[in-house]
Design a protein around this ligand. Sequence first.
Ligand code: FPP
Length: 252
Amino acid sequence: MASISDIDKSKLPRHVAVIMDGNGRWAKQKGEHRIFGHQQGVASVKEVTEAAAELGIHYLTLYAFSTENWNRPKEEVDALMELLVGTIHKEVAALNKNSIRLQAIGNLKSLPKNCYTELMDAIQQTSKNDRLMLILALSYSSKWEIIDSVKQIAEKVKRNEISVDKIDDAVFSSHLCTKGIPDPELLIRTSGEQRVSNFLLWQIAYAELYFTETLWPDFRKENFFDALLDYQNRERRFGKTSEQLGNTGIKI
Ligand code: FPP
C-alpha cells in the first residue's frame, strides 16, 4: 500500500470527490446491523479528511446522503441523520483546529430541522478556515441539482436578466450547488461498485474514476494514497492526443 511519501505533491488533484459505499455490507459481514457500518464509516471520513488536509488538497466532497437514500427504512434514515448531527457537532473544534472549512451541497432544506441547524451552525463557525474545504453532499442528487439550475436560469431569462445566447458552460456552472468550486479531477468509489449514482454528473465530465473493492469502513489513509498514486500515473488528455500534449512521460 502507498504511503504519503509516494505522492508527488506537485501533481495533486485540487478536488477529490468520494462515493463512500459499502457500510451496510461491511456490517453484515460482521453479523451487525447496517447502522453499525455507518457508525464505523465516520472513522474513515476522519482519516480521509486528515489525509487530504496533510497533503494540501483544497477540496474534498463526500457523498454522505443521496436523494434516493430517503427511500431507505425510516430506522436507517433516522440513524444516519442522528449520526450526521452528532458527528458535525463533535467535530467542529477539530475542523477549526486544522483550519478545515465545512460546506454542504444538496437540497439542504429537506433535512430534519435539527440537522439543518447544526449544519448551518458548523458551516458558519468554520467559514474563515482556508486549508481544506470539506463539502458534504446531503440530500443530494445530480439530476435534482441540474433541474434546479435550469429552473434558476429559466427564471432569469423570463425576467430578461440573461439572454438565451449567453448561456454557456460558465453560466450553467455558476447556477449549480458547486458554484465557485473547481470540478473534481478524481472521483473515488469504494466497495467494488462501478457506477456514479447520480453524483456530480456535470462536474465529473473530465474526472478520473477510481474504483476499489475496499468497503468504506475499511478505507484508511493508505487506501486514499493508493487512489492518488493511481491518478498520478494516468495521462489526462482532455480530448487531445498524447503527441499534442508533448508527452515526455510526465503523466499529470
Ligand atoms: C453507503 O453505504 C453509505 C451511506 C449511504 C452513508 C455514508 C455515511 C457515513 C459514512 C457516515 C456519516 C458521514 C459523515 C460525513 C459524518 P451503503 O449503506 O449503501 O452500503 P451497502 O452498499 O453495503 O449497503
